[in-house]
Write a protein that binds this ligand. Sequence first.
Ligand code: GLN
Length: 524
Amino acid sequence: MKKYIVVTGGVLSGIGKGIVSASTGRVLKEYGININSLKIDPYLNVDPGTMNPNQHGEVYVTDDGYEADLDLGHYERFLGKTMGRENNVTAGQIYRTIIDGERKGEFLGATVQIVPHVTDKIKERIRKIEADVVMVEIGGTVGDIEGEIFLEAVRQLTVEEGLDNFFFIHVTYVPYLRVTNEFKTKPTQQSVQLLRRIGIHPNMIIVRSEKEVDSEVMDKISLFGGVPHEMVINLPDSNNVYSVPEMLHNNGIHNLISKKLNLKLSGIFNWKYPTSFKNVKIALIGKYLGTDDAYKSILESLTLCGVKRPEVLDSEDLEEMTEEQVSNLLSKYDGLIIPGGFGKRGIEGKIKACSYARKNDIPILGICLGMQVMVIEYARNVLGMKDANSVEFDKNTSFPVIDIMEKQKKVLKMGGTMRLGSQRAIIMKGSRLMDIYDGKREIYERHRHRYEVNYEKFKEMFSFPDNIKEDTLVISAKEDFVEAVELPEKLFYVGIQYHPEFKSQVGNPHPLFKNLVETITGNK
Ligand code: GLN
């Protein structure tokens, strides 16, 4: 019988429910349990693809081309398991299927209602996830109007599938009041009450707090929350999210859950994660500075390489700077990353950063838009194509080195908006990229973009590793489109059209980040 661990949040959002779910799953996986997960997002967007990274964090891309909530990234990194579109459901998806179905007459004249039609659809999506244990994480906070219908659907599911097959974890926050030197449990008590009113009684309360909560406070939470003492787990802030599986394991979460769900554990807990961080100074030349989450997967990829968190600089700040000022600013760093992005804002700053790295041989990795910027910079500053640009930023450029390709236009006409998901690329023999991938020639990497290198029109500015011509950018991977460029004479000057950051896992960061870091440390 399939078991479900349902994770809800109390008091406030952003307290690490996603990390707790992924970590709980990981602990159980260590004990041989086959885990899968479903992230429920109660907002009305059909998917997060159109959401601004400044508010909502990065759009995570799965192999199957789904634009997902960044929590799916936690699941992939922690669980080492590939997620796809079935692992994320939004209210938008649910309502869209229902309304489309209603228009097609699928409801045979019935009145279409929240209960049972919406709740049925939600249950269908939850049931669809295959595994021995499914982690169901409900986004938002208990008490949110938009989340209520999902909690109701889960409650119905406990009736249909048997309450014994469910384990409810409520992740809550206990604030610490400095003035009176005490922890406050009232918000937690109230959020548990809200949950109970919906008909869900938590089996476990995970208490997030800025520091270790004392035992009387834990007693109080146990009493008012109506859960046994051992089922209240304190999870104070940690500066290393990858330690969370270990923290939960130290609290015996695997035994507590398996006792209730009747799971058979086997094997030993052998969770390895980076614990010390080298002081490598990398700057990310970004433009979404509203939240750290906007570049989540890149930052995590570097953490997983065992280096300190890079600094995110605002590319717009670079735009007005002279070459000397740019150089003064960037000379503090050992390496640069130009991340992906959309729209014209900040582009000229990114181009300046590329130019600085190329001239001073500073290791640099250009990701997606970052690679496109490398091509633009090279065209302008090495080849004298003064107004070279991407058509995305300048429709009238005389040198559209980045453009929408005919082949892409067909996809766009068919309703697709972007080239999305895992695509094959062939790595050129003898390229730096081939070394980075340990000699591999055929790779599958995740994409999310509209524009491409305009290779057919600007062939002259490129060459290939087996026949490198002077003053050209070397193409190191290609399939239908140019997938990667490099300057082999540099320490590390690599641009890729895809997003390697989505394929880093704990213990196995993507080779591009690993190689970038190794180049920097080897050179220091
Ligand atoms: N805006 C660029 C494009 O659509 C790059 C996209 C990205 O960086 N993800 O092609």
